[in-house]
Each structure stands twice: as C-alpha cells, then as structure tokens.
Design a protein around this ligand. Structure first.
Ligand SMILES: C[S@@+](CC[C@H](N)C(=O)[O-])C[C@H]1O[C@@H](n2cnc3c(N)ncnc32)[C@H](O)[C@@H]1O
Length: 274
C-alpha cells in the first residue's frame, strides 16, 4: 500500500468493520487498521485502498477475511487464575447441586485458538466426573484461530499454564508440543459465529466472553451483552475479562463477587428461593 488511509477512507473502513462485527477503530488505533489493510492488499494483490473498499462492499468472503485480519487473538491456558478459582469453587458446586438433569452447557464466545474452552473443559471433566453430560460451544469470528483450535496442537511454550496433572491426563506429548486428547476434544464444538448476529444459541449454564467486548464501542457492547442474557439459563453465570465491566450498561445481569472472583449472574426465574 503506497498511500496512507485518508480521512474519508478511514471512516469508510471503520464503519464497515463496525457494522459487520461491533469492532470499533478509534483514531488512536488507526495505524493498526492501516497495517492490517496493507496486509490484505498484499495478499489479494489489490493495488489501491479504494479498489479494496469496493471489493469488501460486494465480496462477503473478503469482508470476512478482513474481519479476521483485524481481530486480536491473544489468549492462554488458564488465563486469569481468579476466574478459574471462582469457576471451580463456586460455579461448579452450585451447578452440581441444581442441575438434576446432570447436563452442563457452556459457551466460550470469542474462543480464539482454543486455550479457554480447553481449559474449561479440563476443569469440568475433572470436577464433574462420570454421569455428567458436558457440552461446550466455542465460537469465534476468525477462521484462522478456529482452525488452530480444532487442531488442538500447542507448542510446549504455550502450555505452561496447564496444571501438570491436567497436562498428563488430557494432552499427549508429541515431541515439540502437546496434542489434546479425544476425551477433551469430543466435548467441545468449534463454530464460526459473529457476535453481531443472533447465533440462535440458547440455554447456557455458563457463558465466558472474556477480552472480546473490549474492542467494541458502548452500543455494540450492550447489544451483545443483552443477547448473552437471553441465551443464559435462569441463575446461570456470565464471565467477562478482568479489565472489562458492565458498569453503566443497561443489563439485567447482576454483579456477583465470590471470594476474589467478580462475575455476573442471571438472577431470574427458577431457584430464586433456594
Ligand atoms: C483477545 S481474544 C480473547 C480470547 C479468550 N476469550 C481469552 O480471554 O483468552 C478475542 C477474540 O474475540 C474474537 N472476536 C472479536 N470480535 C468478534 C465478534 N464480533 N464475534 C466473534 N468473535 C469475535 C477475536 O477473533 C478473538 O479471537
């Protein structure tokens, strides 16, 4: 890309990306957008930004490629230990008590390369034991990260956060890395899903959407959080990233603190007298 984004081009790309995904580029992160566009132009052999703009207005696949390119996919196994403490010491015991059907359904929304859903899956398999049906939906807007997540292979440098007993129980040492075992893989379904659209997914006992809405503006955040609320079971749980907050947002989720863990709950419907 020879030229930089002019103001009009910046506004056009920013609006298209925002309307398609909720991801909001401010003036501060304009250079990041420029970089990612430069990369797309090179990969598609398109000569100018105006030509590329025309392309994404008519070519849905290329728009998806652009959305993929502008996402930030940083993640790790057992990210933010405090969340896992609350999940293990409060959420799982509570669900064990309440779920007579012995089925747990969890959504890792914005799952990136899979470290989050695999970590949660290891904990559920370990703490629930036999007789429980565990279903984890792991979704993302990026095809690249979903491919990596489905493969379930991780370099050894990336697995340091996994407790040793889980590493030997759920992963196979394959020399330069670890491969996720089928027992864990089989409880997770990886799916392409753009959080800006209704997924049709419902009835979750727990939703994790951590470090995703931080890239959205306030309007898009509220829409996504309200959609999650509708997808959460009565007295279900909602986790967001530790630097994210629903403060000031019109939402029915109730802030809850268990030990040092901050999380949200849908305190509605059945179980309210228990
Ligand atoms: C920083 S990663 C967070 C990964 C994981 N949740 C964690 O906390 O470690 C953010 C992920 O959200 C995804 N994402 C961003 N916007 C999205 C959207 N509109 N719909 C679905 N996924 C989205 C990105 O592709 C990226 O993989």
């Amino acid at each position: 890309m020879s030229d930089k984004l002019n103001d009009l081009q910046f506004k056009s790309f920013r609006d298209i990306i925002y309307n398609a995904s909720g991801i909001h580029f401010t003036d501060v992160n304009r250079p990041i957008l420029e970089n990612r566009l430069r990369d797309r132009l090179r990969k598609t052999s398109i000569a100018s930004l105006d030509e590329y703009l025309k392309k994404i207005k008519t070519d849905e696949t290329e728009l998806k490629n652009l959305l993929d390119a502008v996402t930030t996919n940083l993640t790790s196994f057992f990210r933010n230990k405090v969340h896992f403490d609350g999940f293990i010491n409060h959420v799982i015991p509570d669900l064990k008590k309440r779920k007579d059907d012995r089925k747990i359904k969890l959504w890792s929304a914005g799952c990136s390369t899979g470290e989050e859903p695999y970590s949660l899956g290891m904990v559920l398999l370990d703490k629930l034991g036999p007789g429980w049906k565990i279903e984890i939906i792991a979704s993302d807007i990026s095809f690249n990260v979903l491919m990596k997540a489905k493969e379930g292979f991780y370099q050894k440098t990336k697995t340091t956060g996994i407790p040793p007993e889980y590493l030997s129980r759920f992963m196979i040492d394959v020399g330069d890395g670890y491969q996720v075992k089928d027992e864990l893989k089989n409880i997770i379904r990886f799916d392409y899903h753009n959080l800006s659209n209704d997924s049709g997914l419902r009835n979750f006992d727990v939703i994790f959407c951590r470090n995703v809405i931080i890239y959205f503006d306030a309007v898009a955040q509220e829409n996504v959080v309200n959609a999650f609320y509708g997808a959460t079971n009565d007295y279900g749980y909602f986790f967001i990233g530790h630097s994210e907050s629903l403060f000031g947002m019109k939402t029915k989720y109730k802030f809850t603190k268990v030990g040092d863990t901050c999380l949200y709950m849908k305190k509605e419907g059945r179980f309210k007298d228990e």
